[in-house]
Design a protein around this ligand. Structure first.
Ligand code: NAX
Length: 328
């Protein structure tokens, strides 16, 4: 067996972390024959809980897991790592404005960017899950200048999976038949779930659904508001599905996308499709040899153009607010 891949999970004592560490340890991301060394980071008051998570990892007797390092010190957690799942963030508390949450969380990602810059491998691939994910990823990259900015990404895979599942349910087909649903923009209420280019068993989803009003109306709202619907039902935010999506995202990044398929990832925007540049915008990407490329040349109609503008504008506002917080 090869030497272990060093994988860091932050917020490892939290809800998403609880499912995520098991999935990584089971071989679902890096391969069933690839050993992993798990570096688990959380904050000091959560160390007893994290210790319990470590006990359960041991009790799972996972063949891939070679080592578990549990710590509250980012310099230990990020030491020589190959991959990072940055999940840990401050949850929104009652009465907290979106701006307050952004201010609290971008400071965490500034510090973690600096720590990654100092301690991680320069080839590390970083997935940001903690919200506001796109802007946190941007700030993290900004404060890690020695790591290529292409190595940072934000998670919109949960939104993509939700879109795919809704289309499969609508058409009564297996979810695996549905391909190339796109999430454009921000992981927020302004995201644009787009099935204009998606296929079901090789045919156009648009034609199969044959209901433009639904595709442009209820379908988009359903995906945008799915997180809230899960909270209303479970009294807790999405965790199992978020962990699965994080694994899907990193597995695609590690293993590549199959010919003819693409996935959505928040990546550094170069202004493709007339979108705002200099923000972490979710695009359809293909991945080969660990490098993502934005899918080019998809036709964008006026309806879609309007949606891309709205979500891009929000990302620019978030970026400006975040940069002001970081430089204050
Ligand atoms: P939890 O509150 O259960 O867990 C968060 C964990 O992060 C806690 O254990 C906390 O102590 C830890 N933490 C806080 N600050 C930290 C720091 N500076 N360093 C290390 N650890 C730190 O939240 P959970 O449900 O696991 O959600 C985590 C994050 O994912 C939230 O920001 C949430 O909004 C975000 N989500 C993002 C999604 C996406 O699609 N991008 C979907 C799911 C989820 O809502």
């Amino acid at each position: 067996m090869a030497s272990p891949i060093k994988v860091c999970v932050t917020g490892a004592a939290g809800q998403i972390g609880y499912s995520l560490v098991y999935m990584i340890g089971s071989g679902a991301v890096f391969g069933a024959d690839t050993p992993v060394s798990l570096h688990l980071l959380d904050i000091p008051p959560m160390m007893p809980v994290l210790n319990g998570v470590c006990m359960e990892i041991a009790d799972c007797a996972l063949p891939c897991v070679r080592e578990v390092v549990a710590t509250d010190d980012p310099s230990v957690a990020f030491k020589d790592i190959d991959a990072a799942f940055l999940v840990g963030a401050m949850p929104r508390k009652e009465g907290m404005e979106r701006k307050d949450l952004l201010a609290a969380n971008v400071k965490i990602f500034k510090v973690q960017g600096q720590a990654l810059d100092q301690h991680a491998k320069k080839s590390v691939r970083v997935l940001v899950v903690g919200n506001p994910a796109n802007t946190n990823a941007l700030i993290c990259s900004q404060y890690a200048p020695s790591i290529p900015k292409e190595n940072f990404s934000a998670m919109t895979r949960l939104d993509q999976n939700r879109a795919q599942a809704q289309i499969a349910a609508r058409l009564s087909v297996p979810v695996s038949d549905v391909k190339n649903c796109i999430i454009w923009g921000n992981h927020s209420g302004t995201q644009f779930p787009d099935v204009r280019h998606a296929t079901v068993a090789g045919k156009s989803v648009y034609d199969a659904v044959n209901d433009e009003a639904w595709i442009r109306g209820d379908f988009i709202t359903l995906v945008q508001k799915r997180g809230g619907a899960v909270i209303a039902a479970r009294k807790l935010s999405s965790a199992m599905s978020a962990a699965k999506a994080a694994c899907d995202h990193m597995a695609s990044w590690w293993q590549g996308t199959p010919e003819g398929s693409y996935v959505s990832m928040g990546v550094f925007s170069d202004g493709s499709y007339g979108t705002a540049s200099g923000v972490m915008f979710s695009f359809p990407v293909t991945i080969k040899d660990g490098k993502w490329s934005i899918v080019q040349g998809l036709p964008i109609d006026d309806f879609s153009k309007g949606k891309l503008e709205v979500t891009g504008k929000e990302l620019c506002e978030e970026r400006d607010d975040a940069l002001a917080v970081c430089s204050a």
